[in-house]
Design a protein. Sequence first.
Length: 134
Amino acid sequence: NSSKFITMNQMKISVIDFYPEEIRTKKDAAQYHAKGTCEVSIVVNGLEFDIRNITYRIERNGKIHFKPPFRIHSNKKDGIKPKLVPSIVFRDPEIWIRINGCIREEIERIKPEPKNLKSHVQLDFFKANEQKIA
């Protein structure tokens, strides 16, 4: 039933922006050169959507790690310990691999630096979107 699946060459991925985070702990400072989140735009057969809050970590040795958007689920009353629950899951792992590759290329091109934040990243994000809307 091939009509359910898109072919990979019909997908366009582009990085919209990076949102570097302040490195606040000594452990993170020792392990990571930079960390934060980013957002990508994906176009598939005329359908365009953005995926936000993709977490990236750049280790001191240059390795780059990614996590898809997630929330932390827990319920202490019911004895459920905190665990990461992905907000988006790709049934075809090749899609996530391509997204990672696109982000990795952009990280290597622009080399995002850690940021000393005076306010929360989310506030920066909302201000940027208000400007786009106005």
